[in-house]
Design a protein around this ligand. Structure first.
Ligand code: CA
Length: 226
């Protein structure tokens, strides 16, 4: 399911109705979109089907305990999870962190502390690295990695810059002058054929290798990735 609002989606998995209700009210007050569940097996199903920003997961649950829910969830998803343990469940804490919990809290806890930890963990996931993709081609500007169908493409700096610019403007025909301006700068004004040369380099590394047409030439206008 896709989140269509800016509100963070939190999944509260807790079988004690008072605690669950309390957490729901607190998080709703903080403008989170809350889903609750008190059963382990049911919670696992919901957690696998829905893209939450964070899950608060109690350990002692009916039908499937929280550790087992987390273990199975982690086979498919990396949704941040904070596990809730009772004061004496040291083993659960260790096991929980071992199998991929992002944090844990011991009951009883101060709600402010839980809110702070949730804010911290949802902040991390709120801004995922922007990956530009077009079919099987993907470009990660932050990591400066380009790949086709999962295979990394070895590009020089200018090749990458050119590809990134075209990907950022995909479906828009970009003129050679504009590409010179964006990728090479004013030193290259008048040398628009440098664009053609670099497009050829990119084609030799992508199109020729994978038998596709990534960069289209639009005669008299420029280049475009669609
Ligand atoms: Ca419980």
């Amino acid at each position: 399911m896709e989140n269509t609002t800016d509100r963070k989606r939190i999944f509260i998995v807790e079988d004690e109705p008072q605690i669950s209700r309390f957490l729901q009210l607190e998080f709703e007050h903080e403008n989170y979109d809350c889903t609750t569940c008190g059963d382990g097996r049911e919670a696992l199903k919901i957690a696998l089907e829905t893209d939450f920003d964070i899950i608060i997961l109690d350990v002692m649950l009916p039908s499937l305990n929280g550790i087992e829910v987390l273990r199975r969830l982690r086979q498919d998803k990396q949704t941040p999870v904070i596990i809730l343990t009772a004061r004496d469940q040291v083993v659960d804490k260790v096991t929980g962190l071992d199998i991929g919990a992002d944090d844990y809290m011991t009951k009883p806890f101060a709600i402010e502390e839980l809110l702070a930890r949730v804010r911290k963990l949802t902040k991390r996931t709120a801004a995922p690295a922007v990956v530009l993709s077009c079919g099987k081609l993907s470009v990660n500007p932050e990591a400066r990695v380009a790949s086709y169908d999962g295979h990394q493409i070895d590009l020089t700096k200018k090749e990458f810059d050119l590809l990134e610019y075209l990907m950022r403007n995909r479906n828009i025909v970009v003129s050679r002058e504009k590409l010179i301006d964006a990728v090479w700068g004013f030193d290259f004004y008048g040398y628009t054929n440098v664009v053609d040369v670099y497009v050829r380099y990119l084609r030799s590394k992508i199109d020729d290798v994978y038998g596709v047409t990534i960069i289209e030439t639009v005669r008299g206008a420029g280049y475009v990735i669609r």
